[in-house]
Design a protein around this ligand. Structure first.
Ligand SMILES: [Zn+2]
Length: 78
C-alpha cells in the first residue's frame, strides 16, 4: 500500500475534542494513528490505510478500529 507522508506537505494542528464528541470529518480534518503515526484524511476518496490497520478508509469514510488510539488534526498546506 502506498502511503505518502502527509507531514511533508501539510502543517498539522491537533484538535481538542470532548470525550463524548463524535469524530469530526471533512476535507480539513486528518486522523493520526497513535500506534503507527500514519496520518489519514478523514474523508479519503482513494483507499487509505495506516500501517497497523487501526484506520482504514475509502469512498469518503474512515473505519476506526480503536478511536482511543487516534488524534484528530487539521491540516493546512505549507
Ligand atoms: Zn496505525
Amino acid at each position: 500500500m502506498l502511503n505518502l507522508d502527509l507531514r511533508k506537505i501539510y502543517r498539522f494542528t491537533p484538535v481538542a475534542l470532548k470525550p463524548s464528541e463524535a469524530l469530526p470529518s471533512g476535507a480539513m480534518f486528518y486522523y493520526e494513528c497513535l500506534d503507527c503515526q500514519v496520518i489519514v484524511n478523514s474523508v479519503p476518496h482513494t483507499p487509505a490505510q495506516c500501517a497497523c490497520g487501526n484506520l482504514s478508509g475509502a469512498g469518503g469514510k474512515v473505519d476506526v478500529r480503536d478511536p482511543s488510539r487516534l488524534r484528530v488534526m487539521t491540516g493546512k498546506l505549507k
